[in-house]
Design a protein around this ligand. Structure first.
Ligand code: ADP
Length: 585
């Protein structure tokens, strides 16, 4: 070797040393940045996501600069689809490119680097089989280097006890159309160690936040009310349904407020207080749910069942209590109605029996037919006959209700019926029951024929007409109205039959509920008018068998009521002889 050559080699050597020192200086600085980012992120918690995003941005930028690459991306695994995807922030890739950079698990270079935790140097993206699989050229990528992102768990003696692969760090396109060399890969490997810690932390924050959001969304969409009261007697969680129950306005945030301030229901506050004071129940011990009644802004009462449980952390530390509120208003209302119904029906069955028994006893005692003359005896027989009919109708109604209930349906005998004639007949029978009311029939046109079941339609008229009499205790005019409704695009030609009275009327709330099984209005009950609350339920069933409907109209309490029935003039298509009726609606 000539002295010149030796000198040239020495110069090259010192130049290389200088470059290495410079690069090492940059690596140390990058490591320091990454470390401070890791400790920031670890102490400040999820609130610093945007800060950690900033740190990652600097990290990808610097990494790209150090290895002189045009692009740098962090690739992580999607926990749900198990795909590897490029996450934000990245350097040198557009948001659109990032969004479509997804690699199915185990595929492409990323798949191999992630699964096997090895490095990879990509020389030419257009010929490399794995790069083609990963469609790297579609991101304008020519060459690149890939290293696994791994976190190491160490024990007290600094021995590695666990290695966790969390993703891949990749740099693409060596600047100035150069090639990545072994040294670049080593540098990237070194950088990746600290980057992994920052990314793992950030990833953890995101997952925690995502999980929390998912949980909050799930809780929000529950149909039951959910309330969490923490160990400081403050609201920790209150879902939409619970907020609605206790009338928390949309803009208000109840979280963190004392529960007694938010719940505003004496009974509920009392129960919560008791539950908080009592220690958690012994395992296996049955805890009975509590029950509260809450009155809403419209003055409607709702009954809620409250299931309470104590919440404790891993170390058995008390974290408060959780309460689930279930709306059982309907269940309680039906239970109440059923109990009342049994006593009402017994009473209603007994009512016609009393006169029957009385007159029959009198007739039996008059052994020689001397006490009562023929006219009086006939009157007795008529009263007995009427009461037998009444009893018969009540039993028929009960049987029909049970048929509707069982889904067995009503038996319909379809025929052409003169509705005016049917109405006149019902009116004259009912006139005998009252001398306080004037009952008239107003049909336009005079004769209305409809295909229906005569008995059933008379049953309907009997029911609504006797209601009109019962619920107008002060008397007044009662009119049976008949009209024809022309066909429209939605319904065929129909018949409208209504009964108008000048009686007690109905509140807007009652209007919605009339026709529900066993429903009787408060005013009706208070006026001590006898009834079972099944008449209109049956009428609704008979109308359903006609594909028709019934609805009440009233201007309000004391202003009278009109009950309207509308059904097709001709037997509806599919109007079977026995109809199974859905009376829920
Ligand atoms: P009931 O046997 O109690 O009369 P119905 O099913 O026929 O049962 O009626 C249900 C309830 O609807 C009644 O208890 C009453 O409160 C109310 N109601 C029915 N018709 C009228 C009316 N014409 N005016 C006022 N309230 C009525």
């Amino acid at each position: 070797m000539t002295p010149d050559e030796i000198e040239r080699l020495q110069q090259q050597n010192s130049e290389q040393k200088r470059r290495i020192a410079e690069l090492e200086g940059r690596v140390i600085e990058a490591e320091r940045n990454a470390k401070s980012a890791t400790s920031d992120a670890a102490t400040d918690g999820p609130a610093v996501i945007s800060e950690s995003e900033e740190t990652l941005k600097r990290l990808v930028q610097r990494t790209a600069m150090i290895v002189q690459a045009e692009k740098c991306v962090i690739i992580v695994r999607d926990r749900e689809s198990m795909e590897l995807y490029a996450r934000t922030p990245a350097y040198g890739l557009t948001d659109m490119e990032l969004a479509r950079y997804r690699v199915p698990s185990g595929e492409g270079i990323c798949g191999q680097v992630y699964e096997e935790a090895t490095t990879y140097t990509l020389r030419d993206a257009s010929t490399d089989a794995l790069a083609i699989e990963e469609r790297l050229t579609s991101f304008n990528i020519n060459n690149g280097i890939f290293v696994p992102l791994t976190i190491e768990k160490r024990d007290d003696e600094n021995r590695i006890v666990e290695r966790l692969h969390i993703g891949v760090l990749a740099c693409f396109n060596k600047r100035y159309k150069g090639d990545f060399i072994e040294e670049d890969l080593r540098l990237l490997e070194r950088l990746s160690r600290n980057a992994a810690a920052v990314i793992a932390n950030d990833q953890m924050f995101r997952e925690v936040i995502e999980e929390k959001q998912k949980l909050v969304h799930t809780l929000e969409s529950l149909t039951a009310g959910l309330l969490l009261i923490n160990q400081f007697d403050r609201i920790g969680q209150m879902n939409a349904q619970a907020r609605a129950i206790f009338g928390v306005e949309p803009g208000q945030n109840p979280i963190g407020k004392p529960y007694a301030e938010v719940l505003k229901n004496e009974d509920c506050i009392e129960i919560v207080k008791k539950r908080i004071e009592n220690a958690a129940p012994v395992e296996g011990e049955e805890v009975k749910p509590d029950e509260i009644t809450v009155t809403d802004a419209d003055n409607t009462d709702y009954v809620y069942q409250m299931h309470t449980a104590h919440v404790s952390g891993d170390d058995n530390k008390n974290l408060g209590i959780v309460i689930i509120f279930n709306d059982i208003t309907e269940i309680r209302a039906v239970e109440k109605m059923k109990t009342e119904f049994v006593s009402i029906v017994s009473h209603e069955l007994r009512t016609p029996l009393t006169p029957m028994k009385g007159f029959i006893s009198n007739l039996i005692q008059d052994e020689n037919e001397e006490w009562f003359d023929k006219t009086l005896r006939r009157e007795f027989y008529q009263i007995i006959d009427q009461n037998v009919d009444r009893l018969g109708r009540l039993i028929d109604d009960l049987l029909n209700v049970s048929r509707i209930e069982k889904g067995a349906g009503l038996e319909m005998r379809w025929e052409q019926v003169d509705l005016r004639d049917a109405a006149e007949q019902v009116a004259s029978m009912q006139r005998g029951r009252t001398d306080k009311h004037t009952i008239s029939v107003d049909f336009n046109p005079d004769q209305i024929m409809a295909e229906t079941d005569r008995d059933k339609i008379q049953n309907v008229l009997h029911n609504i007409l006797s209601n009109a009499i019962k619920y107008s205790p002060d008397g007044g005019d009662i009119t049976i109205i008949g009209r024809i409704e022309p066909a429209t695009s939605e319904k065929p030609e129909s018949v409208l039959v209504g009964v108008r009275d000048q009686g007690m009327g109905l509140t807007s709330n009652d209007l919605k509920k009339v026709g529900e099984k066993f429903f009787r209005t408060e005013t009706g009950n208070k006026a001590r008018v006898g009834g079972t609350g099944i008449g209109l339920f049956l009428v609704k069933g008979i109308m359903a068998a006609h594909n028709g409907r019934i609805w009440p109209e009233s201007e309000g309490l004391g202003k009278g009521t009109t009950f309207w029935c509308e059904f097709p003039k001709n037997r509806p298509e599919g109007g079977a002889d026995t109809t199974t009726i859905n009376t829920d609606g």
